[in-house]
Write a protein that binds this ligand. Structure first.
Ligand code: ADP
Length: 459
């Protein structure tokens, strides 16, 4: 069974080439055959024409124009490549024939005489091409002249050609297969090197790369693609490590506060007020941990939800409800504006969209002064729906506009001002949006405010 790639390539190429060579050899043999027959037939034609003017049948008797010449003719002798001649009457009865025919007779076939066409037949032990023409004297047909020429030499030539081609054919195929197998083996050698190197790379040496071949061919491209994949894997592994360390840190801080508070509390008896105060501090640490765990769970959950169920919803009504609810819960002025005069229908996962909008609205509320207004706008941009959440809050520094979507990233200002948060909100927004095919973008100016924009995919 053929297993290796080089053998598969070699056998496929050999198979195709074998068919082409077979056709070429067939054409060579066919053309040679035609040429040989054509040459003999032309000679036969000339010979027939020559004798036509020399032999006459008059009242059933043969007359020669030059009797002496006829007797000296080549076909009276036994030659290597002789011409055979026979004269027959209208019924095919032999009247005279050249001595080299000996006891044999040529074939009589009156229907072929009109067309002056030649055919092959056996004459004793040899093969001949024969032609036949009518003998006409004074406008009256008296008999037929049959002329034949030995085909033995030509047959031998054709047989030799056929044998050479038949011997050459398997020889060519075998050498072709071996050459192609060798060349295919040579050309996949770099791939084998890539396989060897790739097999050596594990999690512990993920920073290693496959040496890049000089040529900028497919193998070079393959090497580059594998190296890029390794790069992405390494980055993702590093992100994962960073995430775990950030998550542990984020949980350890309130846990230390909780432990410290309880330790202080247990040292000696306290007043009722002191107990209340310390327990409140402990509860806020627990709240912070719960919030972080909830956010982490939200991130973990949506990672499993690749096949999101999308339902049709009307965006304007949906947004109005969320805006009203949030405004009354948080006691903030949130203005909803629709730039579309007609309802906007789209397919989306309601739960995901609620989470995304919830996080963005919470941020707009958290990072702006209570007296400032928040706007939620919607509309259609070249037929596709969009949502914008605008605040006139602290804004985001240009250099952090990308980073804010990383898990646990918080601007120093937010941490310093003790604004509650875990740094996971926008990471959740980014992941959920990616799942739903929504494009999230942000524009912000420090001290002036931020606008987060969601562009829905074409449905
Ligand atoms: P969190 O709000 O819990 O800190 P997020 O992931 O929601 O975490 O946001 C990450 C950071 O991005 C925030 O700490 C804040 O610095 C910045 N940020 C997000 N939204 C806004 C906003 N509307 N205005 C100003 N800064 C923002």
């Amino acid at each position: 069974m053929i297993s290796s790639y080089k053998e598969r390539i070699a056998s496929r190429l050999t198979l195709v080439t074998s068919m082409i060579i077979l056709v070429v050899f067939g054409v060579i043999y066919f053309v040679a055959n035609l040429t040989v027959i054509d040459t003999i037939d032309r000679e036969l034609g000339l010979e027939t024409d020559k004798h036509k003017g020399q032999i006459f049948l008059v009242n059933g008797e043969i007359r020669f124009l030059h009797m002496d010449e006829w007797e000296e003719m080549e076909h009276s002798q036994i030659q290597l490549n002789p011409i055979f001649i026979e004269i027959v009457d209208l019924n095919g009865k032999s009247m005279d024939r050249s001595p080299n025919l000996r006891e044999n007779h040529l074939s009589f076939s009156p229907e072929k005489s009109a067309k002056k066409e030649a055919w092959t037949l056996r004459l004793g032990a040899s093969e001949v091409r024969q032609m036949q023409i009518p003998l006409i004297t004074a406008g009256k047909q008296e008999g037929y002249l049959l002329v034949a020429k030995s085909f033995d030499d030509s047959r031998e030539l054709l047989n030799n050609l056929r044998n050479v081609l038949l011997i050459l054919y398997p020889g060519i195929l075998l050498s072709l297969f071996l050459t192609m197998r060798y060349l295919a083996g040579k050309s996949i050698e770099p791939i084998q090197q890539i396989i060897r190197k790739t097999n050596q790379i594990t999690q512990s040496n993920l920073n290693e790369r496959i040496p890049l071949a000089e040529a900028n061919d497919e193998i070079g491209q393959l090497t580059r693609s594998i190296n890029e994949l390794l790069e992405r894997l390494e980055a993702s592994l590093n992100r994962e490590k960073q995430f775990t360390s950030d998550a542990s840190h984020e949980l350890r801080t309130p846990l230390s506060v909780l432990r410290g508070t309880l330790e202080v509390l247990i040292r000696k008896p306290r007043t009722a007020e002191e107990y209340v105060e310390k327990i409140k501090t402990s509860l806020s640490s627990i709240d912070r941990m719960s919030a972080t765990i909830d956010q982490l769970l939200a991130l973990a959950r949506e990672e499993k939800g690749k096949n999101l169920v999308k339902e049709e919803l009307e965006l304007i009504t949906f947004l109005e409800e969320i805006v009203d609810e949030t405004a009354s819960e948080q006691n903030r002025k949130i203005t909803f504006q629709s730039q579309s005069g007609i309802p906007i229908y789209l397919k989306a996962n309601e739960k995901s969209l609620q989470l995304i909008l919830g996080n963005l609205l919470q941020n707009a509320i958290k990072y702006s002064m209570p007296e400032t207004e928040i706007f939620v706008k919607t509309g259609l941009n070249v037929g596709t729906p969009y949502i914008e959440i605008c605040d006139s809050g602290s804004g985001i520094s240009k250099e952090y506009l990308e980073k804010i979507f990383d898990p646990f990233f918080r601007e120093k200002e937010a941490v310093d001002q003790l604004i509650p948060g875990t740094g996971l909100g926008l990471a959740i927004v980014k992941k959920l949006s990616q799942e739903s095919g929504i494009k999230v973008s942000v524009s912000s100016e420090k001290g002036k405010g931020s606008t987060f924009r969601l562009d829905f995919p074409n449905s």
